[in-house]
Design a protein around this ligand. Structure first.
Ligand SMILES: [Fe+2]
Ligand SMILES: [Fe+2]
Length: 256
Protein backbone atom coordinates (compact mmCIF):
# COMPACT_ATOMS: atom_id res chain seq x y z
CA UNK A 1 0.00 0.00 0.00
CA UNK A 2 1.00 3.64 0.03
CA UNK A 3 3.44 5.10 2.53
CA UNK A 4 1.43 8.23 3.20
CA UNK A 5 3.98 9.87 5.48
CA UNK A 6 6.90 9.42 3.07
CA UNK A 7 4.78 10.56 0.13
CA UNK A 8 3.60 13.61 2.06
CA UNK A 9 7.16 14.59 2.98
CA UNK A 10 8.10 14.24 -0.72
CA UNK A 11 5.25 16.57 -1.69
CA UNK A 12 6.46 19.27 0.68
CA UNK A 13 10.02 18.80 -0.50
CA UNK A 14 8.99 19.15 -4.14
CA UNK A 15 7.21 22.38 -3.31
CA UNK A 16 10.14 23.64 -1.26
CA UNK A 17 8.12 23.85 1.97
CA UNK A 18 10.22 23.64 5.09
CA UNK A 19 8.53 21.49 7.73
CA UNK A 20 8.73 22.61 11.34
CA UNK A 21 9.55 20.08 14.04
CA UNK A 22 6.08 20.14 15.58
CA UNK A 23 4.41 19.32 12.25
CA UNK A 24 6.91 16.54 11.44
CA UNK A 25 6.43 14.98 14.88
CA UNK A 26 2.63 15.05 14.69
CA UNK A 27 2.50 13.77 11.10
CA UNK A 28 4.98 10.96 11.87
CA UNK A 29 2.86 9.82 14.75
CA UNK A 30 -0.52 10.16 12.99
CA UNK A 31 0.36 8.80 9.55
CA UNK A 32 1.88 5.51 10.65
CA UNK A 33 0.88 1.93 9.92
CA UNK A 34 -2.36 2.30 11.88
CA UNK A 35 -3.66 4.80 9.33
CA UNK A 36 -6.89 3.14 8.17
CA UNK A 37 -6.82 4.34 4.58
CA UNK A 38 -3.35 2.96 3.93
CA UNK A 39 -4.22 -0.55 5.12
CA UNK A 40 -5.02 -3.58 2.95
CA UNK A 41 -8.49 -3.40 4.56
CA UNK A 42 -9.20 -0.17 2.69
CA UNK A 43 -7.79 -1.49 -0.57
CA UNK A 44 -9.95 -4.59 -0.15
CA UNK A 45 -13.06 -2.56 0.55
CA UNK A 46 -12.53 -0.36 -2.51
CA UNK A 47 -11.84 -3.47 -4.62
CA UNK A 48 -15.06 -5.04 -3.31
CA UNK A 49 -17.12 -1.93 -4.03
CA UNK A 50 -15.59 -1.57 -7.48
CA UNK A 51 -16.44 -5.18 -8.36
CA UNK A 52 -20.04 -4.03 -8.78
CA UNK A 53 -21.08 -1.34 -11.25
CA UNK A 54 -23.99 -0.42 -9.04
CA UNK A 55 -21.70 0.10 -6.07
CA UNK A 56 -19.39 2.24 -8.20
CA UNK A 57 -22.44 4.29 -9.15
CA UNK A 58 -23.43 4.78 -5.50
CA UNK A 59 -19.88 5.70 -4.67
CA UNK A 60 -19.63 8.29 -7.46
CA UNK A 61 -22.89 9.91 -6.40
CA UNK A 62 -21.92 9.99 -2.75
CA UNK A 63 -18.53 11.48 -3.60
CA UNK A 64 -20.28 14.09 -5.73
CA UNK A 65 -22.55 15.01 -2.81
CA UNK A 66 -19.66 15.11 -0.33
CA UNK A 67 -17.54 17.32 -2.57
CA UNK A 68 -20.39 19.83 -2.77
CA UNK A 69 -20.97 19.66 1.00
CA UNK A 70 -17.27 20.21 1.64
CA UNK A 71 -17.28 23.20 -0.71
CA UNK A 72 -20.26 24.76 1.11
CA UNK A 73 -18.53 24.44 4.48
CA UNK A 74 -15.24 25.89 3.25
CA UNK A 75 -17.16 28.82 1.78
CA UNK A 76 -18.91 29.52 5.10
CA UNK A 77 -15.68 29.51 7.13
CA UNK A 78 -13.74 31.48 4.47
CA UNK A 79 -16.36 34.24 4.42
CA UNK A 80 -16.65 34.45 8.21
CA UNK A 81 -13.14 34.07 9.53
CA UNK A 82 -10.36 33.87 6.96
CA UNK A 83 -7.86 36.73 6.60
CA UNK A 84 -7.75 38.01 2.97
CA UNK A 85 -4.79 35.97 1.68
CA UNK A 86 -6.19 32.73 3.08
CA UNK A 87 -9.69 33.60 1.89
CA UNK A 88 -8.43 33.77 -1.71
CA UNK A 89 -6.95 30.28 -1.39
CA UNK A 90 -10.09 28.93 0.26
CA UNK A 91 -12.31 30.37 -2.47
CA UNK A 92 -10.17 28.64 -5.09
CA UNK A 93 -10.58 25.47 -3.02
CA UNK A 94 -14.39 25.92 -3.02
CA UNK A 95 -14.46 26.24 -6.82
CA UNK A 96 -12.31 23.13 -7.22
CA UNK A 97 -14.45 21.01 -4.87
CA UNK A 98 -17.54 22.08 -6.84
CA UNK A 99 -15.73 21.08 -10.02
CA UNK A 100 -14.94 17.67 -8.48
CA UNK A 101 -18.59 17.29 -7.55
CA UNK A 102 -19.55 17.64 -11.24
CA UNK A 103 -16.66 15.48 -12.37
CA UNK A 104 -17.75 12.57 -10.16
CA UNK A 105 -21.33 12.84 -11.34
CA UNK A 106 -20.22 13.03 -14.97
CA UNK A 107 -18.50 9.66 -14.57
CA UNK A 108 -21.81 8.00 -13.74
CA UNK A 109 -22.67 7.00 -17.36
CA UNK A 110 -19.56 4.76 -17.35
CA UNK A 111 -21.36 2.52 -14.84
CA UNK A 112 -24.49 2.21 -16.96
CA UNK A 113 -26.59 3.78 -14.18
CA UNK A 114 -28.33 7.12 -14.04
CA UNK A 115 -28.96 9.35 -11.07
CA UNK A 116 -32.35 9.32 -9.42
CA UNK A 117 -32.81 12.60 -7.58
CA UNK A 118 -34.13 12.23 -4.07
CA UNK A 119 -37.08 13.90 -2.45
CA UNK A 120 -36.76 17.69 -2.69
CA UNK A 121 -37.91 18.10 0.91
CA UNK A 122 -35.09 15.86 2.12
CA UNK A 123 -32.60 17.82 0.04
CA UNK A 124 -33.77 21.05 1.58
CA UNK A 125 -33.38 19.66 5.09
CA UNK A 126 -29.94 18.37 4.21
CA UNK A 127 -28.94 21.74 2.78
CA UNK A 128 -30.05 23.49 5.96
CA UNK A 129 -27.98 21.05 8.00
CA UNK A 130 -24.92 21.88 5.91
CA UNK A 131 -25.45 25.62 6.12
CA UNK A 132 -26.05 25.44 9.85
CA UNK A 133 -22.33 25.07 10.41
CA UNK A 134 -19.66 26.89 12.31
CA UNK A 135 -16.12 26.17 13.42
CA UNK A 136 -12.96 27.81 14.63
CA UNK A 137 -10.75 28.74 11.63
CA UNK A 138 -7.62 26.93 12.84
CA UNK A 139 -9.51 23.83 13.88
CA UNK A 140 -11.37 23.82 10.57
CA UNK A 141 -8.18 24.06 8.50
CA UNK A 142 -6.54 21.27 10.55
CA UNK A 143 -9.59 19.07 9.98
CA UNK A 144 -9.67 19.86 6.25
CA UNK A 145 -5.94 19.13 6.04
CA UNK A 146 -6.36 15.64 7.51
CA UNK A 147 -9.31 14.96 5.18
CA UNK A 148 -7.45 16.19 2.09
CA UNK A 149 -4.57 13.80 2.82
CA UNK A 150 -7.17 11.03 2.93
CA UNK A 151 -8.86 12.15 -0.32
CA UNK A 152 -5.53 12.19 -2.12
CA UNK A 153 -4.69 8.68 -0.88
CA UNK A 154 -8.13 7.22 -1.53
CA UNK A 155 -8.05 8.51 -5.12
CA UNK A 156 -4.72 6.76 -5.58
CA UNK A 157 -6.36 3.56 -4.27
CA UNK A 158 -9.27 3.99 -6.73
CA UNK A 159 -6.81 4.23 -9.64
CA UNK A 160 -4.73 1.29 -8.38
CA UNK A 161 -7.85 -0.87 -8.03
CA UNK A 162 -9.12 0.03 -11.52
CA UNK A 163 -5.72 -0.77 -13.03
CA UNK A 164 -4.89 -3.89 -11.03
CA UNK A 165 -8.35 -5.42 -11.25
CA UNK A 166 -8.69 -4.33 -14.88
CA UNK A 167 -12.11 -2.76 -14.36
CA UNK A 168 -12.45 -1.94 -18.04
CA UNK A 169 -15.56 0.25 -17.82
CA UNK A 170 -13.75 2.53 -15.39
CA UNK A 171 -10.49 2.83 -17.29
CA UNK A 172 -11.88 5.93 -18.98
CA UNK A 173 -12.28 7.47 -15.50
CA UNK A 174 -8.57 7.40 -14.74
CA UNK A 175 -7.75 10.75 -16.39
CA UNK A 176 -10.57 12.45 -14.46
CA UNK A 177 -9.55 10.85 -11.15
CA UNK A 178 -5.98 11.95 -11.82
CA UNK A 179 -7.15 15.52 -12.44
CA UNK A 180 -9.16 15.53 -9.20
CA UNK A 181 -6.24 14.03 -7.32
CA UNK A 182 -3.83 16.70 -8.57
CA UNK A 183 -6.11 19.34 -7.08
CA UNK A 184 -6.49 17.41 -3.82
CA UNK A 185 -2.70 17.55 -3.59
CA UNK A 186 -2.81 21.36 -3.85
CA UNK A 187 -5.41 21.34 -1.02
CA UNK A 188 -3.11 19.18 1.12
CA UNK A 189 -0.25 21.60 0.47
CA UNK A 190 -1.88 24.96 1.08
CA UNK A 191 -3.61 23.80 4.28
CA UNK A 192 -0.34 22.17 5.41
CA UNK A 193 1.64 25.35 4.72
CA UNK A 194 -0.92 27.39 6.63
CA UNK A 195 -0.76 25.03 9.62
CA UNK A 196 3.05 25.12 9.62
CA UNK A 197 2.88 28.93 9.62
CA UNK A 198 0.50 28.88 12.60
CA UNK A 199 2.65 26.31 14.43
CA UNK A 200 5.69 28.57 13.97
CA UNK A 201 3.79 31.49 15.48
CA UNK A 202 2.24 29.62 18.38
CA UNK A 203 2.46 25.91 18.99
CA UNK A 204 -0.82 25.68 20.85
CA UNK A 205 -2.52 24.44 17.70
CA UNK A 206 -0.30 21.33 17.87
CA UNK A 207 -2.91 19.63 20.03
CA UNK A 208 -5.68 20.65 17.64
CA UNK A 209 -3.80 19.16 14.68
CA UNK A 210 -3.11 15.97 16.60
CA UNK A 211 -6.78 15.64 17.54
CA UNK A 212 -7.90 16.25 13.95
CA UNK A 213 -5.64 13.54 12.57
CA UNK A 214 -6.89 11.14 15.25
CA UNK A 215 -10.50 12.10 14.57
CA UNK A 216 -10.18 11.51 10.81
CA UNK A 217 -8.53 8.13 11.41
CA UNK A 218 -11.20 7.01 13.82
CA UNK A 219 -13.92 8.29 11.52
CA UNK A 220 -12.42 6.37 8.59
CA UNK A 221 -12.40 3.11 10.59
CA UNK A 222 -16.07 3.74 11.34
CA UNK A 223 -16.68 4.45 7.65
CA UNK A 224 -15.14 1.08 6.81
CA UNK A 225 -17.41 -0.58 9.36
CA UNK A 226 -20.41 1.28 7.92
CA UNK A 227 -19.45 0.15 4.44
CA UNK A 228 -19.47 -3.45 5.64
CA UNK A 229 -22.90 -2.95 7.17
CA UNK A 230 -24.06 -1.33 3.96
CA UNK A 231 -22.86 -4.33 1.97
CA UNK A 232 -24.62 -6.67 4.40
CA UNK A 233 -27.90 -4.87 3.80
CA UNK A 234 -27.59 -4.28 0.06
CA UNK A 235 -25.38 -6.89 -1.51
CA UNK A 236 -28.25 -9.20 -2.38
CA UNK A 237 -30.07 -6.49 -4.30
CA UNK A 238 -27.02 -5.34 -6.24
CA UNK A 239 -27.76 -7.37 -9.32
CA UNK A 240 -31.36 -6.38 -9.75
CA UNK A 241 -32.34 -4.81 -13.04
CA UNK A 242 -33.03 -1.32 -11.68
CA UNK A 243 -30.98 1.08 -13.75
CA UNK A 244 -31.33 4.20 -11.63
CA UNK A 245 -29.60 4.80 -8.33
CA UNK A 246 -30.03 7.44 -5.66
CA UNK A 247 -27.36 8.86 -3.39
CA UNK A 248 -28.40 6.60 -0.56
CA UNK A 249 -25.07 5.05 0.23
CA UNK A 250 -24.03 7.53 2.86
CA UNK A 251 -21.50 5.05 4.08
CA UNK A 252 -19.49 4.64 0.92
CA UNK A 253 -17.75 7.91 0.22
CA UNK A 254 -14.30 8.89 1.36
CA UNK A 255 -13.31 11.59 -1.03
CA UNK A 256 -14.02 15.25 -0.47
FE1 LIG B 1 -10.04 18.63 -1.68
FE1 LIG C 1 -12.28 17.30 -3.93
Amino acid sequence: MFNVLADLIDLYEMKGVHLCEAYSDIASEALDVSLPYSTPAMYGMVATLFSSEKMIAYNLIQNSIDEAKGAARIKIIAERYAPPALEVKMNKHVAEEMKHSHQFLNLLPLTGYTYEREDKQDNKKELNNILDFDDDLQKFICRVHSIEIRSWTVLRIYMKVIEELKISRMEKAIAVLQDIMNEEITHVLYTGEQIIKWLNEDDKIATVLKDCFAHTSRETWHDLANMSNYLADNLLSLNTAKDRVAGGGAAIALVG
